[in-house]
Structure formats: C-alpha cells, structure tokens
Design a binder for this molecule. Structure first.
Ligand code: NAP
Length: 270
C-alpha cells in the first residue's frame, strides 16, 4: 500500500517489513530517530510495549493505550493510533455512525478485548458518542476494558462488559468484531448460535478481519438480511492516515484499496 502511495504522491521512499523480537524493540525504535526516516507502523505485541520509548503520544494513542504508527520529526518520536480513526472513517463511508444515526440513538457492540477492541471502544464512545457493550471470550478482560473507560472525567456514553444474553440486541445498530476469531478460519465465529434477526434491520456488522474476505460472522449476518463488511476499508484508511502523518501527502484511499486488491496485495493477505 505504501509503495503505491509513494508512487501516487510522486515521492521517493520505501516501506519495508521488519521482524523485531521484543527484546530489540527499544533499539529498533531508537533507529527511527535517524535523519531521513519518516516513521514506522507497529504490530503485535509492540503496539502497547512501545509506549515508554516514545517522546509523546497523540490524545487518541494515549486514550487507547496503543500505538500503531510512529512519526519521526527532527529526532523526536510521536506515537499515534490510526486504527481508531481508520475504523471511524471506514464506518462513516458505510453510512454507519453519521450524525443522523447519533440523533436516532442506538448502541454499539464490540467483540474482543485486545488492542483492536480498545480502538473500537474509543471510536464508539468518543467519536460516535454511543453506549458500547463489550463481549469477549474471557469476560474478565472485557470487564477490565470497560472499567478503563469508566473514569469520572469521562462523562457521557458508557462502556459495559456483557455476555450475549445481557445485550439489548434490538438497540445495536453497529456490531464490530475486533476479536481475531475467524482470522484465517472460515468456520470460526466470535458469536456462535446467534440469531442476527435480533439486530435492527438497518444494523451494520463490521468485521475487522479481512482474511477470508467473507467471514462466517459476515456470512451469517448476510443470510439474515443484515449488512456486513470486512475490515479492508479500515486497513486502507489506517494506512492512508499513517502515510499522511509521515509525508504530509493526502493520497486518496482508492490508491490503498487498489494496492490491496493487486496480486501482490492479495498475496500478502494470504
Ligand atoms: N482491519 C484492520 O485494519 C485491523 C486493524 C487492527 C486489528 N485487526 C484485526 O483485529 C483482530 C484483533 O486484533 P488485536 O490486535 O486486538 O489482537 P489481540 O490483542 O491478540 O486480541 C485478540 C482478541 O480476540 C479474542 N479471540 C481470539 N481468538 C478467539 C476465538 N477463537 N473466539 C473468540 N475470541 C477470540 C481474544 O479473546 P481472549 O481475551 O479471550 O484471548 C482477544 O479479545 C485481528 O484479527 C486483527 O487482524 C484488523
């Protein structure tokens, strides 16, 4: 995606994947302070581990407690989280979570309690201003995530841990899978034995997973007549936002989506 973006922006630059063992993370981050380096993306488990080694965090990265993008400027490293804004923009493109929706109420359900779920809860509570129900295989982690949003200085929408039986499904206009259930596993779902007709007719099921392109969660939601999308839009938007933060160039999201659907992009997605 970033190679295509450099080309589209008329810039000379390279983006390469590196495997960094946990013990080498501080040295790898220090290496980003060299002149000519724009920054980096981080993946698991570095998204949270990197925080102490950065000079500053954006408000979103601080609230989420995870960084997927590091921006280098004049020897200083800033941690940003473009997963959250990327999800938000993908949802807006799909017409979910716009101001009209906010006025008509509705709540969000998030499946999972890892870094991606933290970003989804941030989007639901802070950007969409909706109550959010967090469901996770390990309930204690959902509880922990919900409690981290219960700060007294954060009034407004609430985050609640829940089991499927406790969620008012008829109020859920947006269901986000932020768990890794279904990833490379077409027969797996984070929500087994669920009747998707319990969701309102206009509800959107957004699966952050994009391998396979149609997950079991999406297949079952669609079979019940509910709209369902995979996480490719989020993936493209988080990359677009990272690229803009590094270079200042606002490359259209279509460039990133086209790269993802190219033979090389498909190969990398497996
Ligand atoms: N589209 C995008 O741009 C984008 C961006 C970021 C992440 N993602 C995707 O989001 C997913 C989660 O990423 P993450 O970084 O949050 O991972 P993570 O921190 O490892 O969290 C994984 C979560 O999935 C749950 N889980 C794992 N296997 C499960 C199963 N078989 N059934 C039910 N729940 C299961 C875990 O539950 P426990 O707590 O019980 O272990 C945990 O809550 C991944 O598939 C990742 O590829 C997509």
């Amino acid at each position: 995606m970033h190679t295509a973006a450099f080309r589209a922006a008329g810039l000379h630059g390279t983006y390469e994947a590196r495997r960094v063992p946990a013990a080498e993370l501080p040295a790898a981050l220090a290496g980003l302070r060299q002149p000519g380096v724009l920054g980096a993306n981080l993946s698991l488990p570095h998204k949270e581990a990197a925080l102490p080694w950065l000079d500053e965090l954006t408000p979103a990265a601080r609230a989420i407690g995870a960084v997927n993008t590091v921006i280098h400027r004049q020897g200083r490293l800033t941690g940003e989280n473009t997963d959250a804004q990327g999800l938000f923009e993908a949802l807006l493109e799909l017409g979910a979570g716009g101001t009209g929706d906010r006025n008509t109420g509705g709540a969000v359900a998030v499946l999972g309690a890892g870094g991606a779920a933290r970003a989804a809860v941030y989007v639901a509570v802070t950007l969409l201003e909706r109550d959010v129900y967090i469901l996770n295989r390990t309930r204690a982690r959902a509880q922990e995530l919900a409690e981290s949003w219960a700060a007294p200085d954060r009034p407004g929408p609430r985050a609640l841990a829940a089991d499927p039986g406790e969620v008012p499904w008829e109020q859920i206009r947006l269901l986000v899978n932020a768990s890794s259930a279904g990833l490379d596993a077409p027969g797996q779902t984070p929500l087994p034995d669920f009747g998707f007709t319990r969701l309102p007719a206009g509800a959107l099921v957004y699966d952050m997973v994009y391998k396979p392109a149609e997950t079991r969660l999406m297949r079952e939601a669609r079979a019940a007549g509910r709209r369902a999308e995979n996480g490719l839009g989020m993936l493209a938007h988080q990359a677009r936002l990272a690229f803009r933060a590094w270079t200042g160039a606002d490359v259209p999201v279509g460039v990133f989506l086209d790269a993802l659907s190219s033979p090389a992009g498909r190969e990398q997605q497996g």
